[in-house]
Design a protein around this ligand. Sequence first.
Ligand code: NAD
Length: 343
Amino acid sequence: MAKMKGALIGCGFFAVNQMHGWQDLADVEIVAICDRDLERLTIVGDQFGVARRYQSANAMFADGGFDFVDIATTVGSHRALVELAASHKVPAICQKPFAPTLEDAKAMVAAADKAGIPLMIHENFRWQTPILAVKAVLDSGVIGEAFWGRVSFRSGFDVFSGQPYLAKGKRFIIEDLGIHSLDIARFLFGDANRMTARARRINPDIAGEDVATMLLDHDNGVTSIVDVSYATRLPEEPFPETFVEIDGSKGTLRLGKDYRLIVHGPDGTTETVVAPNLLPWASQPWHNIQESVALIQKHWVERLAAGREPDTSGRDNLKTFALVEAAYLSAERAETVSLQDLL
Ligand code: NAD
């Protein structure tokens, strides 16, 4: 069978993981790459042996010859690039955060729908091995019906050295990291209808908030807390692990440090390690995230081939992105925000 051909836009910090992920998929070939920064274009083009290189996405689309595009640029360019892909009827993956505003995100979904192309947001955290393990326990029914949950990411890791732009934006942790944690909450507990949030900035050297605590009312009655921090100094740095606690009608589940999963049910307590695989190109501590990149890309290829909507489609991700917007609104006004008013 002929290989599926892809193109990638944005050859920055995170795109290298995406290029490795594509290289590992036997039925995919990245045939063209684009970055307006010639240095990044050269580094990634040489590392992955991609001959077709462009500094302009318009020029790359004009030449065509690929079945999908992977947009790995920062948020400011997402709408224009997704709309460009739609105008060429090329299926698109777009990195998170979806867009600068919910209005932009809705316009991107509409553009993809109008063009009849699939659009997937690269929301990879729900594809992490430990999170998939938590979901499997929940679905098995061993802890009964969940009524309370917590998705927690607290760290003091210096993310700013690799991604300096994170220190400059007016919005930081909810939009950049909380978005993943909120998506995990949706993945585990279903859609939410109300958000109550508080946010703070502890690090004086950055522009946005680096601590947020969010309370979600889910449609099925689950109450969850999503708490995120990049201002938390712990004796052992857990970056980039997400901890999960779930209380159910028959038992409890705790995913803690070093990927230890404790499940307590009517038949007793089990403790397992649900650590991610360390892929050959991955490096600790990022390997958990890196493996999830490979897994979401595999999902995209399978769904594209089958003509089925991916799990984190643009349509689906609007609901995660609306939680981000709701969190900022709630924190700003110090009141609860209804999701219905946003979607
Ligand atoms: P980066 O700044 O290192 O890289 C972005 C690259 O895109 C740069 O090289 C820039 O020159 C290029 N670019 C920007 N606009 C362009 C355009 N219009 N045309 C061509 N090239 C363009 O950023 P990064 O840290 O790699 O982040 C990229 C995206 O990935 C962000 O949206 C970020 O939130 C996301 N990200 C996701 C994860 C995850 O786990 N899913 C992790 C880290 C970053």
